[in-house]
Design a protein around this ligand. Structure first.
Ligand code: AGP
Length: 610
């Protein structure tokens, strides 16, 4: 989704802006641009339809110099990817502005502005905002008041960075519904969509709250809340180092992130287990008394995070014997639902900024749930600030658009939650210790599975010329299959669907032929024999089968059946373990296809708009 960087400093800010944009690339974008107020108090701008590298090249051939500037990567929502639609947008060579979010009443504002004589050079919803600032400036004569007047007219979501050529020592930032952080330097300030963009220049950050507007000068920062009252916002010191966004020798961020899972899982377990017991207070100070009252759980999330929720539902019902419903956030937020007494609402999100998940949580807070919990990878995200209870997965920054370590660490957090709730529902300390042991075994077992990478790279060759693939699983392995299919489609652009294996004969079997590879996860559990019969149905129709099975599963490779026997003994950790080969499969297929793995087309890392 769109990325914003801005800076005000004594030095020339263009290199900071370009580096910041580079570090926001992972969010997904189609065009990029940068504007500064130069030393002659004029606005200068460059934009490209394409990658930040091209913007850097353009900047090298005709550098822009100035101490105040804004920059942007655009992920098209209103208007196609094009140079004219790229940000920053400028009104009458006076005001330049970058925006992330969606202005819902842009059509109405556009009509008013056309009547007032404004020309439009883009199809974006953003251009009305820069025009509105310009218009207000004609009366207010200064940028802060002009921005206040503008945001009063806006409906929808925005993070904004605004500069005015006549106030070269001022940068205004505003946020509502879209993330924006201020970086505090020594005698200089920065703004960005997230902290990674600014790590090379500062470790100190202020997270703007909903409705905040920041008036930023080189030596003075004033923040106003939504009532236009001056407020103090705390400075947070980040422990992240600027090289967290490096690939550490891996070809892609996704591969680095897949291989960092043993460590990410270990980090997510640290301090959460003590003497064989789950530390319930890691979910919040009063988590224990809340969990004592839980009679059911509602999980809401999107994409991969939704799949994590689906797996957790199996755990909750089996281990804690608590009913659990899982729902896609964009569906939940627009339907009338019934809240059962004493239901805990759980939202799951890697980024903590997913618009639908956030809106679902906001709705849940008004709907009579026992309490709300966010399982999230980003401290100080909108979701963690909104939820009453919070569990932070400590996966570390995930840059690749395809979620990998965020997923497995969400599952770790969810398993801890299941145990914490189950303890209030009769789970004894012996059983708890056994589950904790399973959790503690995870980093080592995931590490073992990563060693199958060469075998999986080999299988990947068979998929690279295919247009479709089926993924099968049963029970808690159906969501694993769904996640495998999502990974394959999002980074290799192969159409992939997941089915409960028992559903095959109710429709999808009609699709199976020798051009349709079928992937199945086959743990050695009580459903293995049933799964084997489902697989025979595929084999009989000439479909080529790829089976990820446990060493003890007693299934062998034969004609048309490739079995990769992995060391993934069946226990509650198995869904996490079987995810690893599926991540590697998607990755290597995408490598062979030469796809843009870390930034797949049309996708964004952090989906901050509906
Ligand atoms: C997964 O690979 C995707 N990038 C996507 O489905 C993602 O999980 C979804 O957009 C939700 O994001 P969140 O976890 O940041 O809320």
């Amino acid at each position: 989704m769109c990325g914003i960087v801005g800076a005000i400093a004594q030095r020339d800010v263009s290199p900071v802006l370009l580096e910041g944009l580079k570090r926001l690339e992972y969010r997904g974008y189609d065009s990029a641009g940068l504007a500064v107020v130069d030393h002659n108090k004029q606005l200068q701008r460059i934009r490209v339809l394409g990658k930040v590298n091209e913007l850097q090249e353009q900047h090298q051939s005709s550098p822009l110099q100035g101490g105040t500037g804004i920059a942007h990567t655009r992920w098209a929502t209103h208007g196609k990817p094009s140079l004219d639609n790229a940000h920053p947008h400028i009104c009458r060579n006076q005001v330049a502005l970058v925006h992330n979010g969606i202005i819902e009443n842009h059509e109405q504002l556009r009509a008013q502005q056309v009547d007032a004589g404004y020309d439009f050079s883009s199809e974006t919803d953003t251009e009305v905002v820069v025009n509105a600032v310009y218009e207000a400036l004609q009366t207010t004569k200064e940028l802060l008041q002009a921005v206040f007047r503008t945001i009063e007219q806006l409906e929808g979501a925005y993070a904004l960075g605004v500069i005015n050529k006549d106030e070269p020592e001022r940068l205004i930032a505003a946020r509502k519904g879209s993330p924006l952080v201020i970086g505090v330097g020594i005698g200089e300030y920065f703004i960005a969509s997230d902290v990674f963009a600014l790590l090379p220049v500062t470790q100190q950050f202020i997270f703007l709250e909903e409705g905040d507007v920041a008036d930023i000068k080189r030596d003075k920062l004033t923040i106003y809340d939504s009532n236009q009252q001056i407020v103090e916002r705390p400075i947070n010191v980040s422990e992240l180092s600027s090289d967290v966004a490096d690939k550490a020798g891996y070809r892609h961020y996704m591969l680095k992130e897949i291989f960092s899972q043993p460590n990410a899982i270990a980090e997510s377990l640290e301090n959460r287990i003590e003497d064989g017991r789950v530390v319930t207070s890691e979910f919040g100070q009063n988590a224990e008394s809340i969990f004592q009252q839980v009679k059911s759980v509602k999980i809401v999330a999107c994409g991969t995070s939704y799949h994590a929720g689906l797996i957790a539902a199996h755990w909750l019902e089996e281990i804690a014997q608590i009913p659990c419903q899982v729902e896609i956030a964009s569906e939940y937020r627009y339907r009338k639902s019934v809240v059962v007494d004493n239901t805990l609402f759980v939202s799951i999100s890697q980024s903590g900024e997913t618009a639908d998940t956030l809106a679902a949580l906001q709705l849940a807070k008004k709907s009579g749930f026992l309490n709300t919990l966010a399982i999230c990878n980003v401290a100080e995200s909108s979701l963690t600030r909104e939820a009453e209870l919070v569990f932070l997965t400590h996966a570390g920054p995930e840059i690749g658009v395809a979620s990998t370590k965020a997923f497995t660490t969400q599952l770790v957090g969810l398993f801890l939650l299941v145990i914490a709730i189950a303890k209030q529902n009769g789970l004894d300390s012996k059983q708890e210790a056994m589950f904790v042991k399973q959790l503690e075994s995870l980093p080592g077992r995931v590490n073992q599975l990563l060693q199958y990478k060469d075998d999986i790279e080999n299988i990947a060759k068979d998929f690279s010329d295919k247009h479709h693939a089926l993924f099968l699983g049963r029970g808690s392995f159906l969501p694993v299959a769904m996640e495998g299919a999502l990974k394959l489609k999002e980074i290799s652009y192969i159409h992939a669907e997941a089915y409960a294996a028992g559903e095959l004969k109710h429709g999808p079997l009609a699709l199976v032929d020798d051009d349709m590879p079928v992937v199945a996860v086959a743990p050695n559990n009580n459903l293995l024999e049933k799964l084997k019969s489902n697989l025979q149905e595929v084999q009989a129709r000439g479909g080529k089968l790829y089976l990820f099975a446990d060493k003890t599963s007693e299934v062998e490779s034969t004609d048309g059946v490739y079995v990769l026997k992995i060391n993934a003994l069946y226990d509650f950790m198995a869904p996490i373990l079987y995810t690893i080969p599926l991540q590697l499969l998607a990755y290597y297929v995408a490598v062979i296809k030469g796809a843009d793995i870390d930034q797949p087309r049309n996708l964004a890392k952090s989906v901050t708009v509906e």
